[in-house]
Design a protein around this ligand. Structure first.
Ligand code: CA
Ligand code: CA
Ligand code: CA
Ligand code: CA
Length: 493
């Protein structure tokens, strides 16, 4: 019996920076037919499917105090007229529930109970990057983030120098929490993680992990187990982490060899939800518990609302030794989307989530340009953002065997995730703390004029981290920042 259920979303326009996304919308490859066929194939398998995007479900996340009896939970649910949509394994006592009427009433109802640790509304989350203006792209030499011909700076991560040490390992698994991955892409397919025990499309949960036919991961935003990318963002992120190296095709990832797990929390239009993100984290934790060597998750997305449930789900990854690499956010988006307007790029002053969570397994990543300083739209913070990585005009894989240039902290983040997996490949005995320390201690470079905007003050350097046998570890601590006060003021269209 599958426990997978759809996790719904509100409709909110995706974040965009520096140029509209006309190109991306044109490039989106909608696999509606494929999905429809899959839905038919799975329809007898106790799998429910998502409501169409745009419908606004009234859902809340409730975490009960440990020890609250099932009877007391059921009494509360019944009084609210609520139905339980999903329970999470990695965060005990957390329920996603659907309520009649407004979520506000449910928040008050559950919030008043002494049995409830917290209650939050499920809400929309948007993507963090879009392709840039092709006119700029034509002037760019290509995969500068990995290796550039120095003109004014050497702002790449020293890929070739790192690849003299290691090019990665197929024993290392990285999970992307994004719009999915085109797992058939010519330059990604060989590096996809596969759950071989359930890679058969037979409508049966063969490995008993609670998910039917989860071959490459799952897609909670669609309520099924097919994380195929019908957007493009997630495929681009995946290529930066691990497009196949030295195969004479396309591009090359930070890792030439790695295994990429995919969890789809954003739909074809870039709309995601808090509950889908938590469902992805829960799935990855379940697979880690079942022995899959997940080293890190890549999280190229952000949310302006604090969530205790999301924090708990990331903390469950810390307990399992999984790093959480997060985008620091892209701002200055007022012209494109006034409803999302934020001009303050400083995450110390104005927090963004999940990058600002004060958890030791979180690494927050800013976006640097090929001159070495930060992209003007990039999130930053002396106390909250750890390091910068190349994130501007980054060439990587996009669906249907295509390649494209995207910009954003979304593109910087997978460079860091890629180096995390290189470090694990170099020495499989390293735990998440050692990998994190080597990433931060191996940084280098001059960010002028953004010298004082990051915890490390520096940029990712793969060679620096891999060759960092005895360099000093980072000891500076992040200062806790207060949870957002706007957690209940939800946007919707
Ligand atoms: Ca270099
Ligand atoms: Ca399964
Ligand atoms: Ca199966
Ligand atoms: Ca390649």
């Amino acid at each position: 019996m599958s426990t997978d259920t759809p996790v719904s979303t509100h409709t909110v326009a995706a974040h965009m920076i520096a140029g509209r996304d006309r190109g991306s919308r044109a490039r989106v490859i909608v696999r509606a037919m494929t999905l429809a066929l899959l839905c038919v194939a799975l329809s007898g398998a106790a799998l429910a499917f998502a409501a169409p995007v745009g419908q606004v479900p009234d859902e809340v996340l409730v975490r009960f105090r440990a020890g609250t009896s099932i009877a007391r939970r059921n009494t509360l649910h019944a009084a609210a007229g609520a139905t339980v949509v999903r329970q999470f394994k990695s965060v005990p006592d957390l329920h996603l529930i659907k309520v009649p009427g407004t979520a506000a009433r449910a928040l008050a109802h559950y919030g008043a109970s002494p049995d409830v640790l917290y209650v939050e509304r499920n809400h929309a989350i948007t993507l963090q990057a879009m392709p840039n203006d092709p006119r700029f792209v034509e002037a760019d030499p290509g995969v500068w983030g990995l290796n550039m011909v120095p003109l004014f700076s050497d702002a790449d991560i020293d890929g070739p120098e790192a690849w003299d040490i290691t090019t990665g390992s197929r024993n290392v698994v990285v999970a992307t929490i994004d719009s999915g991955i085109d797992y058939t892409h010519e330059d990604l397919a060989a590096n996809m993680w596969r759950n071989e025990a359930d890679c058969n499309g037979n409508g049966i949960d063969d490995d008993g992990n609670g998910f039917v036919d989860d071959c490459y991961g799952i897609a909670p935003i669609n309520g099924n187990s097919d994380p195929f990318d019908d957007h493009s963002h997630g495929t681009h992120v995946a290529g930066t982490i691990g497009a196949v190296g030295n195969n004479g095709i396309g591009v090359v990832g930070v890792n030439w060899n790695v295994r990429l797990m995919s969890c789809k929390m954003f739909d074809a239009d870039g709309n995601g939800s808090l509950a889908a993100a938590i469902a992805c984290l829960d799935y990855i934790a379940i697979m880690k518990d079942r022995g899959v060597n997940v080293v890190a998750t890549n999280n190229s997305w952000s949310d302006n609302e604090y969530s205790a449930a999301l924090r708990d789900a990331i903390d469950a990854h810390r307990q399992r030794g999984i790093l959480f690499v997060a985008a620091a956010g892209n701002y200055y988006q007022c012209a494109d989307n006034p409803y999302e307007c934020r001009t303050d790029t400083n995450n110390d002053r104005k927090p963004t989530w999940p990058a600002n969570f004060q958890l030791p397994n979180v690494i927050s990543v800013a976006n640097s340009v090929n001159y070495g300083f930060l992209n003007a739209a990039s999130g930053r913070g002396r106390r909250t953002v750890h390091l910068a990585a190349p994130g501007s005009f980054i060439l990587s894989t996009t669906p249907a065997n295509t390649y494209d240039y995207f910009t954003g902290t979304s593109m910087a983040t997978p460079h860091v995730t890629g180096v995390a997996s290189l470090l694990k490949a170099q020495d499989p005995t390293r735990d998440w703390r050692a990998i994190r320390n080597l990433i931060l201690a191996g940084t280098d470079g001059d960010l002028f004029p953004d010298d004082d905007d990051l915890i490390t003050l520096k940029r990712l350097n793969a060679r620096g981290s891999l060759a960092c046998a005895s360099c000093s570890m980072l000891t500076r601590r992040k200062r806790p920042s207060a949870p957002s006060r706007t957690r209940l003021s939800i946007r919707s269209e």
